[in-house]
Design a binder for this molecule. Sequence first.
Ligand SMILES: Nc1ncnc2c1ncn2[C@@H]1O[C@H](COP(=O)(O)OP(=O)(O)OP(=O)(O)O)[C@@H](O)[C@H]1O
Length: 292
Amino acid sequence: MHIEITDLRRRFGRVTALDGVDLTVSNGMFGLLGTNGAGKTTLMRILAGVLPATSGRAVVGDHDLSTRAGRVAVQRRLGYLPQDVGLYPDLTPTEFLDYIGLLKGLDDRAARCRQIGELLELVGLSAEAGRKLKGFSGGMRRRVGIAQALLGDPTLLIVDEPTVGLDPEERIRFRTLLSSLAGNRTVLLSTHIVEDVAQTCRQTAVLAGGRVLFTGAVTDLTARADGVTWEIITPGPPPTEGVVVSAIARADGTHYRVVSPRPPAPDAVLVSPSLEEGYVALMRSATPTPVG
Ligand SMILES: Nc1ncnc2c1ncn2[C@@H]1O[C@H](COP(=O)(O)OP(=O)(O)OP(=O)(O)O)[C@@H](O)[C@H]1O
């Protein structure tokens, strides 16, 4: 589902959460990155139709979210996993999904039960279908959350910071699940975990202070750190120049990777950047230093 956002603004009293956002999102998985308070959740909530914009336009498919008819039409095609999905602790996943299915208007009981069974299978919770939600781990709760978002087979899936607090294995499992869902849908993933975007998305945008700092291919964001990403191997302390992105202690000394417009040490060598380094370069507005 194509999303076209034009000059979108949202204020909360004196706080400007979105300050003229222009963005185009098409089919597949799209990563929305940004620091805390950048405006990601506000944008997600507007697109999910649960929060009105102060001004500007957001069109999802052919539907304008500024009209009630548009919001209703989008909500019929939408699955939304907010940061804190409210689960009822005394229900089992089957009972919870049955309840949400009814709220979503899935009135045919047999079809609803079939879909719930399929979704529990998809998210790897079939064996837990009869257990109460109160005993579920963070990752299992997140998987119930994605199952509820998928009820009704939405063409647009909006997921807000879904991997926060998950252990590495569960995080990888969850983002693989999200990627597998993006085949015939638009999946909009908001996160501040750059690695999740690197592993799943081809397109991304970076928000900061309610504005779009970057939008385009993940490879183009990575390329922002071309010519400014250095490696230094030293037994000594970290360099003071630039931003140290990683420090790995090895037998020959600590391997520091640094984003810096200038060589952070005389023996620093230029290396190919990762997406995280591209993100850091964008945030620091590092500009390449001519080499040689
Ligand atoms: N309901 C609200 N009332 C007042 N201010 C709000 C409200 N919702 C968001 N804000 C403010 O708007 C700005 C953007 O918040 P938002 O939650 O959209 O950012 P975010 O990028 O999702 O941050 P995080 O990564 O921390 O979740 C922040 O300054 C926040 O305090």
